[in-house]
Design a protein around this ligand. Structure first.
Ligand code: MRU
Length: 371
């Protein structure tokens, strides 16, 4: 998608340096646009952990490039042992999204099976590039399938379609298009009038800072709202559709996404508003059924809740919000039970948030279901 009219992906290889990966530093957006170099697996780990990159698909691809950087820089004897250790290290950066686990294991298994060392670096490069291209295709397809939902609403309503979203499940969380935002961009391209209610998404404000930024750059009308506003808007008929992303969806359809998603699902359910989760298959955990008890929920530093970061007029500043020495808790994600989800928008189509319906779209994944 575009920044200042120029097309960008969120991650790419630096010009003629195949062992340097570049990312947009999302900690600085929307105030500064800065690109940083990743040259080692440690750089990739820190970019994920400190949220220079974030969002389930993008952390997955960054971790895969981290595996590639580890291989490219390897000078020791026990390659397999080193790559296995690097895999566990990269997986530990953030625990909730399943995408890094999927991409890291894909690259690790490829390296382990590919015994000849000679052209392994190039082959692994191609493998990661393919994972990246797959993610772009998934988002594109999610956009096409999600568009049909917006078209149906518009056909009946004949007025602007109001969509509420939480956090940033946009192209900044992916490689291109986004998941929850992809149908919105496609609708805009089709000439359907859309408007997005953007939850600010405390504590890190990914909605206010990132979703508002990317929608603005694409010219999509939007309004940032305080996190607690959605229920009120729904009660007053101001939301036609809720579209959110996923960090990990179980094979039964339970979905972990940014903290506060569950409350939006409850409000949507009470007001009979369709609530859809847009996700690529790389965000489905085929080995887990029970979302509430089996998905690890990341807890982050208390300063993210105790402080708020913004633009002072000169630079990015943090200020304290709470009394000195105040105790805070910072759960990064919550789980929305499948019964509150109208449907899942995937790269293969829209299905119910239930095992048989999901496996109907992805029959080859049945063998990965361990329960
Ligand atoms: O903590 P973050 O910013 O990584 O959380 C991101 C989200 O919760 C997104 O909604 C999710 O990763 C889906 S991204 C397409």
């Amino acid at each position: 998608m575009k920044i200042k009219g120029q097309h960008y992906h969120t991650i790419w290889i630096k010009g003629d340096e195949p062992a340097t990966v570049q990312i947009i530093d999302q900690r600085k957006l929307p105030f500064f646009f800065e690109v940083i170099d990743l040259k080692t697996p440690e750089d990739a780990y820190l970019a994920i952990k400190d949220m220079a990159v974030r969002g389930a698909p993008l952390t997955g691809i960054t971790a895969a490039w981290g595996m590639y950087l580890a291989l490219a820089g390897f000078r020791g004897r026990d390659l397999q042992g080193y790559m296995k250790k690097t895999a566990s290290y990269l997986k530990s950066a953030r625990p909730t999204a399943v995408n890094p686990g999927f991409t890291i294991d894909t690259v690790l298994n490829f390296i382990i099976c590919e015994k000849s060392a000679s052209d392994m670096i190039e082959k692994t490069f191609d493998k990661v590039k393919k994972l990246e291209e797959d993610e772009i295709n998934y988002s594109n397809k999610i956009g096409d399938f999600g568009l049909t939902l917006i078209e149906n609403i518009y056909r009946k309503k004949r007025e602007r379609v109001n969509i509420l979203t939480h956090c940033n499940a946009g192209w900044l969380a992916c490689i291109d298009w986004g998941t929850a935002t992809a149908p919105v961009y496609k609708a805009q391209l089709r000439g359907i009038p859309v408007h997005v209610w953007v939850d600010e998404t405390r504590p890190r404000n990914q909605g206010a800072r990132l979703t508002a930024y990317e929608l603005g750059e694409e010219g999509v009308p939007h309004t940032v709202i305080a996190d607690n506003t959605g229920g009120h808007l729904m009660q007053h008929g101001l939301v036609d559709l809720v579209l959110v992303g996923s960090d990990r969806t179980t094979v039964s359809g339970h979905t972990a996404n940014k903290i506060g998603t569950y409350l939006k699902a409850l409000a949507a359910y009470d007001n009979k508003i369709p609530f859809y989760v847009a996700l690529p298959s790389s965000s489905i955990d085929w080995s887990v059924e029970d979302g509430l008890n089996e998905i690890p929920i990341e807890e982050r530093g208390s300063e993210e809740v105790a402080e708020i970061e913004g633009w002072s007029g000169k630079d990015i500043k943090k200020v304290r919000l709470v009394p000195d020495n105040c105790k805070t808790a910072n759960y990064g994600f919550d789980v929305t039970p499948s019964r509150l989800i109208t449907g899942l928008i995937t790269e293969r189509g829209i299905c119910k948030a239930e095992k048989s319906s999901i496996l109907n779209l992805f029959p080859e994944k049945q063998e990965l279901c361990t329960k």
